[in-house]
Design a protein around this ligand. Sequence first.
Ligand code: PMV
Length: 333
Amino acid sequence: MSQDRDSLRATARAGSNIAFLKYWGKRDAALNIPLNDSLSMTLSDAHTTTTVAWDPDLKLDEVYIDGERVLDRRGVRVSKHLDRIRAQWYPWHARVASVNSFPAGTGLASSASGFAALTVAAIAAYGEGLPDPDELSRWARLGSGSACRSIHGGYVEWRAGTDHASSRARLFMPGDAWDLSDVVVLVSGHPKEIPSSEGHAIAARHPFMAVRQQLLPARMAAMKGALAARHLPTFGELLEQEALEVQGIMMSGTPSCLYPAGLTIDLIHRLRRWREDGLPAWFTLDAGPNLHVLTESRFAPDVVERVRSVDPRLECLVNRPGGPVTLLSHHLI
Ligand code: PMV
């Protein structure tokens, strides 16, 4: 060890991400190897900051999320991820404190940013330097699949691969290559009825999945082409097609995962009318009711204004392409 025990501490911040082409269904559930490649944008304003302090005298991990000690499933998941990391480095327990920039219970996925920040803080806290981004991405993937994309900033591609070594995310295009915004409309803060871990398993046995896998390589190529060419209408049409295909599989699975709320569907109808009126904005959805409206950043204020005109109480979180995971010198504990 290069450091004394007082300095076995590090803090990392990672942005969440929104998938344009989705990871839904796993080839290997233990290693979070997906059935298909996916493509995302890291979010500038939905991030998690996590401090990990290893303590050789501690008998159990202590996990705090948004200021509260967590002993439920979330704490168990954090400890399970630390188990993997300490099996490779030193067998100590840790105090972990994590805060989300977005309010808890908004239904925004915190597992991508959470596991990316946890991975980097935990490894950095050993004081022996960080592995390269490919390796960090693999480690983050073991905590939560989508977390492997949050190691990078900008536009990110996760190559599904076939095993632990080949399944990792890499930068597709820097964030400043195209100034898109993801306007997240917070439709509901209720916890998901069906967590994504179960959703992935239901999807993997869905009869439509084989057809989806055949369609995806062409869609990925087209989507990457539209991003590289910064062609918003082509990108938008592919974005919606992908979102609706995945929702179709979610809804028609056994059991059914019906993630959109009534208001989500109402907003989609309105968005399509706004588009006919000239607003170039398209949506995507994840495993929840919040609507993600993608547009060029110059049109984001217009999207927010129109959403607010539907109901002034509706909250919107505007995200531009965020940066990669970073180490901070200010610690939470
Ligand atoms: O990383 P997980 O297991 O929470 O899965 C995320 C799945 C989606 O958010 C629905 C899609 C994606 O690619 O992020």
